[in-house]
Design a protein around this ligand. Sequence first.
Ligand code: CTP
Ligand code: MN
Ligand code: MN
Length: 399
Amino acid sequence: MGAGKPVEITGKHQLVVRADYSATPNPDFQKTPPLAVKKISQYACQRRTTLNNYNHIFTDAFEILAENSEFKENEDSYVTFMRAASVLKSLPFTIISMKDTEGIPCLGNKVKCIIEEIIEDGESSEVKAVLNDERYQSFKLFTSVFGVGLKTSEKWFRMGFRSLSKIMSDKTLTFTKMQKAGFLYYEDLVSCVTRAEAEAVGVLVKEAVWAFLPDAFITMTGGFRRGKKIGHDVDFLITSPGSAEDEEQVLPKVINLWEKKGLLLYYDLVESTFEKFKLPSRQVDTLDHFQKCFLIFKLHHQRVDSGKSNQQEGKTWKAIRVDLVMCPYENRAFALLGWTGSRQFERDIRRYATHERKMMLDNHALYDKTKRIFLKAESEEEIFAHLGLDYIEPWERNA
Ligand code: CTP
Ligand code: MN
Ligand code: MN
């Protein structure tokens, strides 16, 4: 009306609505408006985030800034940028002007300045500076090796290393077993795992686990459960209603079987430190106590449907990172929720439990601090219900 003519439709003209309001006939139609504008929550667990990201140009920028903050061990800055990226991923429209950002939580002044710069110039000078920063580039390169974290990267950077080839050929450095495997299978491990490869590993995991524990439930978790087409590894959660003693033996037996067949390029079996009555952890990002195995699997191309397409001359297999987690049957819903991710979704659902519900949630349990009881759950739906949250499907957790 202000322009005196029809104008181009932008994000700000689009309401964020719940589809069910308009889809179901409402007997109270006269009393309530037919369309309700839903305020966007500051918590990722109250937003639906599919893989349809309309704001890549912004979220890519914020993820680079977040990663740089992580390399500098600046936690506050990391959280700020990750929350900004996360909320933008949930929007059903592309931000094209600053007006579109009104009413969106998690966008502080610093974040808004960067959005504005990207709208105006198509890029952020800060992101450009980070991408050209020697420390960022080195950390990015070093941490791309399996087994190399911030501490090792810092050490190598300080020693003046800038390339992997120099590090590998240096006679004075010593490497962990994990890092040795990381260098040995580097090319395979940095090239992403496809869904076809993940499914092929899934068949082998089921075959091996069911040989020892026929009633086991085996679920592919992580990014693939959220619908991603590629991943950096394949995650599996294993549980069974049978006895705990049988369960404990399964991962060692599977490892043993695969090792005999020459299918294990690396493995690290971590024994359970789980205690049934321990309160959930206060930390938002802590590791769980289940028995698990981080491994590198030798996947023969012939096991994969579309195996021929990426087959190299001579080499008939690909090294694939696999995580296997074994959890007690009572904890399976919590373990499934925790291992499905995304990392940001997990952080936010724990933060929501703590700050909005006075509850404590982790990969093992949910504890109500007011009632001083553990809240049991047989399914993820029940956990969301305990927290008073609408259920969010796995493919809507790509926060
Ligand atoms: N996770 C966890 N404890 C660990 C490792 C991972 O609870 N020791 C959780 C992470 O928080 C994440 C999920 O398990 O939500 C999967 O972890 P990961 O494989 O690292 O990430 P994905 O989301 O699967 O992403 P990718 O496709 O890159 O593997
Ligand atoms: Mn994963
Ligand atoms: Mn994993």
